[in-house]
Design a protein around this ligand. Structure first.
Ligand code: EPU
Length: 425
């Protein structure tokens, strides 16, 4: 397995262009299964999770063509082989394979698959997906190590679903399913994240009538015959945050291009409170050197438009370089503070009170050592820590990072970082 070796202490300077968002691309590609017509996607990130999803599509008889260089993917779902999905082991590698349920139930009236896997960041129950589909009229035949649903009626059982949590993929799955029905229905306590909005706009473009995009109340009038089309994956806000933190940590001067600022207000607010020097430009973010960073009394994750849980671990690294005590509250996932144990190995002053709360006291110089990636975002956080640490940092389990960060080390190298991928034989 490969690992990264990072020689810390280099100031980052230059430009980084942000690719398409993983968490928009996954549901948008799945929405293409609603129609027999061709769907063409631009700005699709070249990352492991997309690779796995497209492999699953091909295994179940969907035509996929992909041009890595131009970041283009074409999907045509003339026929979908429900039987093959039943046996497909690859769904276990990716939690987002849950997103196949909605379109398959709408299109084929049945979906059976093994329980999907993913990062180990908490329980991440599927009940929002399954309960929502059950409320709308699906029969749940199994939901243990296999999920088996059937939707055999021609009508929805209910026209309203109240989600018990504003789940991102739960909302996407239900909205995709409803877009394929000739009926009107409403989702309450829907998620409003920018990638959910992008998926809903795609469904609109395919012919569904959707009201309330960006709010927690969606009204969806679907239709059985949806059209294909051309769709652009929006830029990845989590990557913007990750590279911005790298710039601030190293007192660098970098320009991050291809940004939708709207999804980052909460992140910018936290940066502002700690005194970071940055400028919002049109479609870009400029990071300038900051002399002194001040601790944040409270960094609390929340659903959109609150502070994204996906930026919590990269931000935790920044807190080690702030003067004073910062408290972290991870309110969404119950297992997303493990990276702090790795930061402790590097010399960070961290007290972990429980699985969701910790205190970081800074500034503390970090020292290079061997640390591991606990999940996708925790892995990225370790790389950030390595950029500012004294000496060499070895980051292991980087397969997690490859799931969601395209050209991670190359982007850093291009702005002056010393990072290399070492493949072990
Ligand atoms: N949660 C709450 N209250 C809420 C909503 C969610 O407590 O109102 C909790 C859930 O119980 C769960 C966690 O928050 O433990 C996340 O829930 P959600 O169902 O929204 O997560 P998801 O749909 O499985 C997506 C992203 C994750 C991202 C979360 C939260 C995709 C493919 N995955 O997961 O992305 O962390 O939303 O924004 O879109 C990642 O990219 O690293 C990643 C894990």
């Amino acid at each position: 397995m490969s690992h990264f070796e990072i020689e810390g202490g280099n100031v980052l300077e230059g430009e980084i262009t942000i690719p398409g968002a993983k968490n928009a691309a996954l549901p948008m590609l799945c929405a293409a299964l609603l129609t027999k017509e061709k769907c063409v996607f631009y700005n699709v990130p070249n990352i492991e999770d997309i690779e796995v999803l497209l492999d699953i599509f091909q295994e179940i008889g969907i035509q996929v063509s992909r041009d890595l260089e131009s970041h283009t993917v074409e999907i045509q779902a003339h026929n979908i082989d429900v039987e093959k999905l039943r046996k497909c082991e690859k769904v276990k590698k990716l939690r987002a394979s849950l997103l196949i349920m909605g379109p398959l139930l709408a299109r084929c009236g049945e979906c059976e698959m093994m329980q999907p896997g993913g990062c180990i960041i908490g329980a991440r129950p599927n009940f929002i997906h399954v309960d929502g589909l059950r409320t709308l009229g699906a029969d749940v035949l199994r939901e243990d190590e296999v999920i088996h649903l059937k939707f055999q009626k021609n009508r929805l059982a209910e026209q309203r679903v109240l989600l018990s949590e504003a789940s991102v993929t739960g909302t996407e799955n239900l909205a995709i399913f409803l877009s394929g029905q000739d009926e009107k229905a409403e989702l309450y306590f829907a998620a409003a994240e920018s990638h959910v909005q992008a998926t809903l706009r795609m469904l609109q473009q395919m012919g569904a009538d959707i009201d309330g995009i960006g709010t927690h109340h969606l009204k969806i009038q679907g239709k059985k015959q949806l059209n294909g089309g051309e769709f652009v994956i929006p830029p990845d806000g989590i990557l913007v945050g990750t590279y911005a933190i790298a710039g601030i940590l190293t007192k660098g001067d970098i320009l991050i291009k291809n940004i939708d600022h709207k999804e980052l207000f909460s992140f910018y607010g936290s940066l502002k409170r700690m005194g970071a020097n940055f400028i919002m430009e049109e479609g870009a973010l400029r990071i300038k050197p900051t002399k002194k960073l001040i601790a944040l009394p409270r960094l609390q994750t929340a659903i959109f438009p609150g502070f994204s849980t996906d930026l919590q671990s990269p931000f935790g690294v920044l807190l080690t370089q702030c003067e004073g005590e910062s408290m972290i509250f991870e309110t969404l996932f119950e297992n997303r503070l493990t990276y702090l144990y790795e930061l402790q190995k590097m010399g960070a002053q961290v007290e972990i009170f429980n699985a969701r709360q910790a205190r970081v006291t800074g500034p503390t110089p970090l020292k290079g050592t061997e640390v591991q990636s606990w999940d996708l975002r925790a892995g990225a956080a370790m790389v950030l820590a390595g950029l500012v640490a004294e000496g060499i940092t070895k980051v292991t389990n980087i397969n997690y990072i490859d799931r969601g960060y395209e050209n991670f080390e190359k982007n850093f190298e291009a702005v002056g970082a010393k990072i290399r991928r070492v493949s072990s034989s």
